[in-house]
Design a protein. Structure first.
Length: 109
């Protein structure tokens, strides 16, 4: 098996924005799959104040070599001043899913 995939995650203010960014990254074949989890609540400190916002979580399945390009693309497309861009390692993956993920990211001919 080649290098294990990663999950890149970011939060967005609404479903429409999450869907647009997901569609761009899948269409560009930077990620094999994007999942949008709606209606989570995020609490954090921003500019010295406690914030509590409703957000959507975007999970992106990809390979480690795409992380920098994805991070750059998210910075270009994301409405937040400083978006959350995290990569989580995957400890194990089924061979079939892993092969599908790699094929899904290949450029179309």
């Amino acid at each position: 098996m080649t290098e294990l995939p990663i999950v890149v995650m970011t939060t967005l203010p609404d479903g429409e924005t999450a869907r647009m960014i997901a569609q761009v990254l899948v269409t560009e074949r930077r990620v094999a799959c994007a999942q949008i989890l709606p209606n989570l609540t995020s609490l954090y400190i921003w500019d010295g104040a406690l914030c509590c916002d409703s957000e959507h979580l975007l999970l992106l399945k990809t390979v480690p070599t795409q992380f920098q390009a994805i991070a750059q693309r998210l910075k270009e497309l994301h409405p937040y001043t400083e978006p959350e861009i995290l990569a989580l390692p995957i400890a194990a993956v089924s061979e079939g899913y892993h092969q599908w993920l790699l094929r899904a990211m290949q450029p179309q001919t």
